[in-house]
Design a protein around this ligand. Structure first.
Ligand code: HEM
Length: 423
């Protein structure tokens, strides 16, 4: 999804000198897709020290946005949707944004629930939330275990695998699509199309295939009201969603679920395979998988930044004057690293779940979706440990590479080895 940029990336975002792209904010900092790749904590510390909790930044192609770093400021932004609104058409800087901008996937207006506001958002969100509550936790756990087991069957005999490509990225949509009401082959197809699209393969034809799949899923739902799945709940929900609304929200959930849940699994596996505190768990204990997931949601969160919010009026935030139409990027990982709230895991602060990983407030990731992501990740890791108890990294920990990109954080591959088994 990243647009290749011929300009060499400066190692230090502060070294480039004052940028020209935001004359009203002379301390604006240039941040590119690589800025968060290494040592995020150091970057946040320096940004906070030099610019305070709300920083003017220029993203790739000199696009001006405010980066919200402070936990307290994040709470304000996410709980005041009248001032910090969600519809990206409010942005006054659209004339600066090229069509092929790297973050267009996240900011380009689409008629999904994500970009709705006020009563319209309430109506759409209620339907999506109700629909996702259709599967009870026991059925969900059994489904996740089946999906994980099937994938492990494919590589268990070989003694090696890439836990990202062969496992983590294949799980979330196989689970979600079954909840939608897709059968085995259709579910695999949706998962494959999504993996292709997210990695930049497939293009408009692949997207159209996905739309067609949702159209036929909805037709099946309308014809079979007795089936118990996400699409039938949406089709007959009292909120009275139109077909277009349902199709857009089904698609929206596919994108919302795939990469973050993949990276939650991947980042937790990375932690468990590289940190000695989890060595006992990896060799058969189960107790601390939940702890690893919680620690990742604080320290290596799958969505470190989220764009975002658009100011509906002039206001002050963290001593900065925000103008109507300004864009704000939620620095979720930075808020997690705010010294005022950050727990010390090494000192045993494992129970603290006040992180911003799923954002917060009206537009935050819905609780039912968070529970789904955590249930999928928990089952994926527990099944892997049960099936391959001696799994270990096939490369040195420092060879694991974070992908570049501002919005999604995860490693690009995770080669592992284990004793080959025949089921
Ligand atoms: C680890 C996994 C996940 C993470 C880290 C995550 C994170 C997020 C974040 C940061 C947002 C934006 C919130 C905002 O604008 O304030 C969001 C929104 C959303 N997420 Fe998630 N998400 C995850 C998994 C899922 C899953 C599995 C689903 C659905 C199956 C889902 C559905 C949604 C939806 C529908 C929204 C839009 C909410 C709204 O605008 O009302 N997410 N998520």
């Amino acid at each position: 999804m990243t647009t290749p940029d011929p300009t060499p990336v400066p190692e230090d975002p502060f070294a480039a000198g004052p940028p020209q792209g935001w004359p009203e904010q002379p301390d604006a900092v240039v941040l590119d897709a690589d800025a968060f790749r290494h040592s995020q904590d150091d970057l946040y510390r320096r940004l906070r020290r030099d610019h305070g909790p709300v920083v003017p930044v220029l993203l790739e192609r000199q696009i001006p946005v405010w980066l919200v770093l402070g936990y307290r400021e994040m709470v304000r932004v996410t709980t005041d949707p009248k001032t910090f609104a969600r519809d990206s058409r409010r942005w006054h800087s659209w004339d600066k944004v090229p069509d092929d901008w790297e973050l267009m996937t996240f900011v380009g207006y689409r008629p999904t629930m994500l970009f709705t506001e006020g009563a319209e958002h309430e109506r759409r969100a209620e339907a999506i939330i109700d629909s996702m509550e259709v599967v009870d936790p026991f059925e969900l756990r059994a489904l996740c275990e089946r999906v994980a087991d099937d994938l492990i069957d494919d590589f268990a005999g070989s003694g090696s695998a890439d836990l990202i490509a062969d496992y983590a990225c294949r799980i979330p949509l196989r689970v979600l699509s079954r909840m939608y009401g897709l059968d085995g082959a259709e579910s695999e197809e949706l998962q494959q199309i999504t993996v292709d699209l997210v990695s930049g393969v497939g293009g408009p034809a692949a997207h159209q295939k996905m739309v067609d799949q949702m159209v036929s899923l909805l037709a099946q739902a309308r014809a079979n009201p007795d089936r118990k799945n996400i699409s039938t709940v949406l089709a007959f929900h009292p909120a009275g969603l139109t077909d277009d609304e349902i199709i857009n929200d089904l698609l929206g959930n596919v994108y919302a679920a795939h990469q973050p849940t993949t990276d939650l699994i991947g980042n937790a596996l990375r932690l468990m395979l590289t940190d000695e505190r989890f060595a006992v768990t990896m060799s058969g204990g189960r107790r601390s998988v939940g702890q690893a997931l919680n620690e990742v949601l604080w320290e290596a969160t799958p969505v470190p930044n989220w764009i975002g919010r658009w100011a509906a009026e002039d206001t002050m935030l963290g001593n900065r004057r925000i103008r109507k139409g300004d864009c704000l990027m939620l620095g979720l990982a930075a808020a997690n690293a705010d010294p005022d709230v950050r727990p010390d895991f090494r000192a045993g602060a494992a129970g603290n779940q006040a992180h911003m990983a799923f954002s917060h407030g009206t537009h935050g990731c819905p609780p039912v979706a968070r529970e789904l992501a955590e249930a999928i990740a928990m089952a994926a890791i527990e099944v892997l440990i049960d099936r391959l108890p001696d799994v270990s990294l096939a490369i040195a920990p420092e060879e694991l590479e974070w992908r570049s990109g501002l919005m999604m954080r995860g490693v690009s591959a995770m080669p592992v080895e284990f004793s080959a088994t025949s089921h």
